[in-house]
Design a protein around this ligand. Structure first.
Ligand code: ATP
Ligand code: MG
Length: 504
């Protein structure tokens, strides 16, 4: 059997090809038949350009139905799709191109003048454009092609995509994902989250990241469901779609923003069956507030570029706030000590994962790839976590963010949660900065809310002293207007460490 992800998707098409698969913001509707035909044309075009199996197709384009078709066509043609965040600028793109050496680059028309030289310098043979309405030289080249294409035969370990990590802890790495990685994870999520052809998914995530490109799209396509595309997250527009949708997938900020809308009510959510959150920690508070307002318990799951989704709260049963649930079927997740030995429930350690979802390795980084796998084949996620006695996993932070002060481990999340409870605090980030006596000193960076103008460093420290062991209490508290976040909305603690290392 052909292990091509597209063959699997095509095998899951609904009985009638005239069924809608995607409805764009402006109401334009695409059916499964359109998807089959458009991806055939694009795949045919890739072949006609002389691209071969394994060649990289890099795309830095706005979200559009055509951008989705380009992804599927690339996979269908046995080539390797490489989506790039639209926020990336000159130097970042230069790095990705020279690292990945794409054969074809697809970019926004307005970026052509600076992208083209970078692409050509990295050896790209073709540069085409795609605008947010689906126009550009890509569409022109595809229009001339036959609307039939025989999906290319691949092996399950053949490369389908390279996803660059978000660069939260350092330079982005290219995670190599195979057809099997994507297929197995897609099927697992579809089944665990009970997707069916009756589902209508609100798709408001970007198409250059695991969450929007794989989790959302594969759940929908592998169940013959339909998607309502939103180019950006606009809380009112999303709410307006609740009456004709069944599922929303989002990052935590989607939910905090929805909670600001008075129109978010139980009644408004009547037709919705599932709200999924991931990519960053969902505060237990948000989970509870959403539950009270809507009667829905948000389902939080945990994943990463290198391994797709690894754990999920259950569809049936308790979705426990502040946890990311259980390992998904067929995926082994363990919490291990420094010698890679599994730890019992209740002990904090390194989260490690093994299964058909785990990537092939980092693109052109064999050394780094070797380092990140244990002797018994588990991938080191770089996250720290703990299992409860009844099997729920909680993430306590990233190993790189762990603060070791005077020989004690301090898990930033615990301190951040305590600080966030203090009236006048909007949000916080806890980091370690070099300290002559302690090795590292616990340091808090705090954003005050409107009511918190008078909140001082001393007041915060005093407050925490009554609550936490002395070594966990920040030695210094710095106030900032906002926390530095990368384009995926993740707090960049490396930036904070650099900024405040000298200040303390
Ligand atoms: P880099 O590896 O380049 O530093 P990154 O790890 O942020 O960047 P991604 O692969 O996009 O890049 O993100 C995966 C990470 O996101 C996970 O390792 C984890 O730290 C975090 N994450 C994902 N889902 C959750 C969640 N539900 N709760 C807490 N953290 C999450
Ligand atoms: Mg990472």
């Amino acid at each position: 059997m052909n292990a091509n992800l597209y063959s699997l998707i095509a095998g899951c098409f609904p009985p009638s090809a005239a069924t809608p698969v995607l409805i764009d913001e402006d109401g334009a509707t695409y059916t499964y038949e359109d998807l089959e035909r458009e991806t055939a044309r694009l795949a045919q075009m890739l072949v006609s350009l002389g691209l071969e199996k394994g060649d990289r197709v890099a795309a830095q384009v706005e979200k559009s139905p055509q951008a989705l078709f380009l992804y599927l066509a690339t996979v269908r043609a046995g080539m390797v799709y490489l989506p790039l965040n639209t926020a990336y600028q000159h130097d970042e793109i230069d790095y990705f191109f020279s690292d990945a050496q794409p054969a074809l680059v697809v970019c926004r028309p307005q970026a052509l003048s600076w992208i083209k030289p970078l692409a050509e310098r990295a050896g790209a043979r073709h540069v085409l454009t795609l605008d947010e309405r689906g126009g550009g030289t890509l569409a022109e080249a595809a229009a001339a092609q036959a609307a039939r294409f025989e999906t290319v035969e691949v092996e399950e370990d053949d490369l389908a995509c390279i996803i660059y990590t978000s660069g939260t802890t350092g330079r982005s790495k290219g995670a190599m994902l195979s057809h099997r990685n994507l297929s197995s994870n897609g099927l697992t999520l579809r089944d665990c989250w009970r997707f069916s052809s009756d589902d209508v998914l609100i798709h408001a995530l970007p198409l250059f990241h695991v969450h929007g490109l794989f989790v959302a799209v594969h759940c929908a396509l592998l169940s013959g469901a339909r998607m309502l595309f939103h180019r950006k997250f606009d809380a009112r527009a999303i709410l307006g779609d609740f009456s004709r949708a069944t599922v929303l997938m989002g990052v935590p900020t989607f939910y905090t923003r929805l909670l600001h809308e008075p129109a978010l009510t139980r009644e408004a959510c009547r037709g919705m069956r599932l709200f999924v959150s991931g990519s960053a920690p969902l505060l237990a508070e948000t989970h509870q507030a959403f539950g009270e307002r809507t009667g829905h318990s948000i389902l939080e799951r945990y994943g990463m570029s290198e391994a797709g989704m690894m754990t999920s709260n259950p569809y049936d049963g308790e979705r426990r706030p502040g946890t990311v649930g259980f390992p998904l079927p067929g995926i082994a997740v363990r919490v291990a000590d420094e010698q890679d030995r599994p730890l019992p429930a209740g002990s904090i350690g390194a989260i490690q994962v093994k299964g058909p979802n785990v990537f092939l390795g980092y693109w052109r980084m064999p050394e780094k790839t070797r380092e990140e796998f244990t002797a018994d084949g588990f991938f080191r996620t770089g996250d720290l976590g703990v299992f409860s006695s009844d099997g729920y996993l909680s993430i306590v932070g990233r190993a790189k963010d762990l603060v070791i002060t005077g020989g004690y481990n301090v898990y930033p999340k615990e301190i951040e949660l305590a600080i966030d409870q203090i009236p006048g605090v909007l949000e916080s980030a806890v980091i370690g900065v070099p300290h002559p006596d302690f090795g590292e000193a616990v340091t808090a960076v705090v954003v005050r809310d409107q009511a918190g103008a008078g909140l001082t460093e001393e007041a915060i420290i005093r407050h925490l002293k009554g609550q936490l062991a002395g070594y966990k209490v920040p030695k210094r508290v710095h106030f900032v207007g906002e926390l530095p976040r990368n384009t995926m909305g993740k707090v960049q603690k490396n930036v904070l460490r650099e900024k405040f290392s000298k200040a303390s």
